[in-house]
Write a protein that binds this ligand. Sequence first.
Ligand SMILES: Cc1ncc(COP(=O)(O)O)c(C=O)c1O
Length: 454
Amino acid sequence: MASLEAGLPIKQVDAMIKRERDRYIQSNPVSRKLGEDARKNWVKGVPHHWMLDWSTPFPLFVADAKGTTLTDADGHTYDDFCLGDTGSMFGHSPEPVARAIAAQASHGLTYMLPTEDIIAVGAALERMFGLPFWQVATTATDANRFVLRWCRAITKRQKILVFHGCYHGAVDDTFVRLKDGRAIHRPGLIGQVYDLTANTKVVEFNDVPALQAALKDRDVACVITEPALTNIGMVLPQAGFLKALQQACRDTGTLLVIDETHTISTGYGGYTRTHGLKPDFLTLGKPVAGGLPCSVFGCTAEIAERMRAAEQEAGPGYSGMGTTLSANVLQFKAMRANLEEVMTPAAYAHMLPLSEKLARGIEAEITQRGLPWHVSNVGARAEFVCAPERPRNGSEAQDAMHGPVELAVHLYLLNRGLLIAPFHNMTLVSPATTPAQVDRLVATIGNCLDELAA
Ligand SMILES: Cc1ncc(COP(=O)(O)O)c(C=O)c1O
């Protein structure tokens, strides 16, 4: 019997990768040439090494993007279900955001002083998430780093707790994983010179006893988590888990930080509002200003009071937080337009049923072919997983990844004008996505599976 990878013959998977790589090379001479030229000045040929994480033999160069359509340097167009890995979740250059940026462009880009927009944006954030107090940073990474610092200052506790398989940006403290029940550094870290496991505890998501045991000594400043893990495939919270997490935090004086950067896909106000969570801090980056670098973190009135007290206690000096370009006027113009006119309940009313259609459509293609795969979705974010059971935690999610199969499917789709996120098999539906685009993605995945199984 032929050996199988995720229920598919390995031979077919390898043949598809080879065929699709050749097809990509043939079809993209301009990208290829630009990629060669770029090697002259850019380390590894790209200005940011994540651009090499796609399935392609050389980077796909972009010429234009609008809504959900992206055009490459060779003139091919794509239905974009990656959407900048969430930065453009509400479509590329949403009209109100583009207009706001253009209107501000010749009136100053950064002053390190506020404008009247901060009043409207503060109110919009409170309306959306129910938290009264906010700060702005430039990436979700920064928002998370600053929040961890505040949590430590407020609680006077050194440690934090993360779940195995988490990702919260380039935040040193969170680069800890579980191996054989012990905390270790996340494999592959570069330049890591101090022991992250000294101050970071790690347990499996959905494991309430392990969480309670890790918090019982009351030495953990905060738990930082996504409400569903979305960076190691997708791990959904089991019934009662998030409630138990909130209770365990309350019982031990541990603060709860909910990172909504990806789960903002859930609905208006993210997972927090949709499911009535009560975090101490909430962080959000990526799409909050329509794709312009920007992030926010919000907190309760009680936490804001404790922040004031902690600051007083620290005394004068440098807080260790903030960056020069944070909260600049361009971010505020974009964020105001985005929050008031783009990330609206009406937008979600379009996105959620369409993503559901996408998820159920892919599921039907999988079921028809008897593959041991499944589909998970969190609102506008849907993902097929090449394993039969929904993973309960990061370890199971990691085991469910099948690199070669995913590579073959990604390349097949890309060569047919369909982009899904290069990391695992994530798709996003934006307010600009059409049912026809969803139907085409579903049908093309079906064709791909037929070719792989043949
Ligand atoms: C949940 C979550 N938080 C934070 C981040 C960091 O975002 P950024 O890279 O924009 O700082 C990411 C990035 O993927 C993320 O998935």
